[in-house]
Design a protein around this ligand. Structure first.
Ligand code: KIV
Ligand code: ZN
Length: 502
């Protein structure tokens, strides 16, 4: 059934498993933008959403099906006919639709989640696949919590769903429980004990609760799986999913594995920044492949060795993941042409954006900073026209007084729906005073749960990036802001989160 036995198919679930992270919800236009970037990256399947879960998710699957041409568009369901009907309807415009249906396979799930028996669960699994197959040819079945399932029962389930028409069988380590040896052995067991296994592709879907998602994914494909399920930046529930960029670069670096994908790794840096800023989810500096420090050599011994021969301390080229060094430096004296050159290098299509508008905002930032870096440009681009909350609260004025022995006081003016409101508040620091002043205008009970400030490069003139997580009526919302002024970046991050629920 596979033309190339060494080809590994890449199934991206950033927009489904990744988007389940509290506070990381995206609008449909944002999802379309990410889906187009995934298409350019070369993924084979995009899991676009879980249509029955909400009207918004349903609509996103519809719109993504229209917007994306090459990858298969997949929709998630539980093993019931209502979910499947909804997925079939959402996929009506997809050129290559796939339904991803499934049910728990471990005794733990069978007993405590479904209050059922192995026999009953098996019958439901088979019924779901047969029912979905009437409308869509390509059916992927997931055996949830397969990591903890009994291998013999799992094999029985896999054989039954393939016989019912499943084209892909997904063996998720839903709770990130397995050790690589165990997970690899599970895949091998299925290869050796399921009679009709050659009629389907085995997929591996690993979670990172013990930090083993990538190792388990590799163990799975080494033992015969040929589809990996992963997300950009490893984003996902709890500790996340397998990071797409990690597995792709392992296969590219270790030729001895003799396995390959159709991923163009040069897009990693760009798509990683896009997902991070749209989801308001910072990437840790030491994250493999795409973290800020992934290719930074800081100790004297390493720098010396690196300069003598790059491969002494580098197993991959930064260029291979899209980290090409800029050879024209941008400053306040740079013109539109130089700015356009850099934006195109970062993957922006200039005819789609208003260069004059970006240039004006660039000059404001360049007046504050000596040199404008790629990170600065990415954040500049994420401000303004792409802001999905254009009609939300905007900061019109911010003035803070602080110092020793002054009491930190903030005066602010916010604009909303054409009306300007002002407030003043005192706090234990300038940020605290600003947050209090904003909250007094909004007039709701908002809980600030997380607050991080990152300088992008260093230097007291640097741009600060602020991420916040706020809680409102029991739900989490993420926000970010950036500015050379930490207090202004904080105010904008707070408003960004607030605009999501107001
Ligand atoms: O982790 C999991 O088991 C899942 C399934 C829905 C595939 O995400
Ligand atoms: Zn999952």
């Amino acid at each position: 059934m596979l033309h190339d036995p060494n080809r590994v198919y890449v199934f991206d679930t950033t927009l489904r498993d990744g988007e389940q992270v509290p506070g990381c919800q995206l609008s449909t236009p944002e999802k379309i933008e990410i889906a187009k970037a995934l298409e350019l990256l070369g993924v084979d399947v995009i899991e676009a959403g879980f249509p029955i879960s909400s009207p918004g998710d349903f609509q996103s699957v519809v719109e993504l099906s229209k917007a994306v041409k090459n990858p298969i568009i997949c929709a998630l369901t539980r093993a019931n006919r209502g979910d499947i009907d909804s997925a079939v309807a959402a996929l009506q415009y997809a050129k290559r639709p796939r339904i991803h249906t499934g049910i728990g396979s471990s005794d733990m799930h069978i007993k405590y989640k479904f209050n059922s028996t192995r026999e009953e669960i098996l019958a439901r699994a088979v019924d779901a696949v047969k029912y979905a197959k009437k409308s869509v040819e390509d059916i992927e079945f997931y055996a949830e919590d397969a990591g903890r399932a009994d291998d013999m029962f799992l094999a029985q389930m896999v054989e039954a769903v393939i016989a019912a028409g499943a084209t892909v069988v997904n063996i998720p380590d839903t709770n990130g429980y397995c050790l690589p040896e165990q997970y690899g052995a599970k895949i091998l067991y299925l290869k050796e004990n399921v009679k009709n296994i050659d009629q389907a592709i085995i997929a591996v879907h690993c979670h990172n609760d013990l930090g083993l998602a990538t190792a388990n994914t590799i163990a799975g494909i080494v033992n015969g799986a040929r589809q990996i399920e992963c997300t950009i930046n490893g984003i996902g529930e709890r500790a996340g999913n397998t990071a797409l960029e990690e597995v792709a670069m392992i296969l590219k670096t270790h030729h001895s594995l003799n396995l390959h994908t159709h991923i163009n790794s040069k897009h990693f840096s760009e798509i990683s920044s896009m997902v991070s800023r749209m989801m308001r989810m910072p990437v840790q500096a030491n994250k493999a492949i795409i973290g800020k420090n992934a290719f930074a050599h800081s100790s004297g011994i390493h720098q010396d060795g690196f300069l003598k021969h790059r491969e002494n301390y580098e197993i991959m080229n930064p260029e291979d993941v899209g980290l090409n060094q800029a050879n024209i430096i941008l400053t306040a004296r740079s013109g539109r042409h130089a700015l356009k050159h850099h934006l195109e290098r970062l993957g922006y299509t200039i005819d789609k954006i208003n260069l004059d508008d970006v240039y004006n905002r660039f000059l404001v930032l360049a007046d504050d900073k000596k040199e404008i870096t790629d990170d600065d440009l990415l954040f500049l681009m994420s401000d303004g026209e792409k802001d999905p909350y254009k009609n939300g609260y905007k900061l019109n004025l911010l003035q803070v007084v602080c110092g020793d022995p002054l009491s930190p006081t903030a005066s602010i003016k916010l604009q909303h729906d054409g009306v300007e409101k002002e407030a003043m508040a005192m706090g234990n620091g300038p940020v605290n005073a600003t947050i209090k002043a904003i909250t007094s205008i909004i007039g709701k009970e908002i809980d600030l749960k997380e607050f991080t400030i990152q300088a992008m490069h260093g230097g007291s003139d640097d741009v600060s990036k602020v991420n916040m997580r706020v809680s409102y009526e029991g739900k989490s919302y993420m926000g970010y802001g950036f500015s050379t002024d930490i207090v202004k970046a904080s105010a904008n991050a707070y408003l960004d989160a607030i605009n999501k629920f107001l």
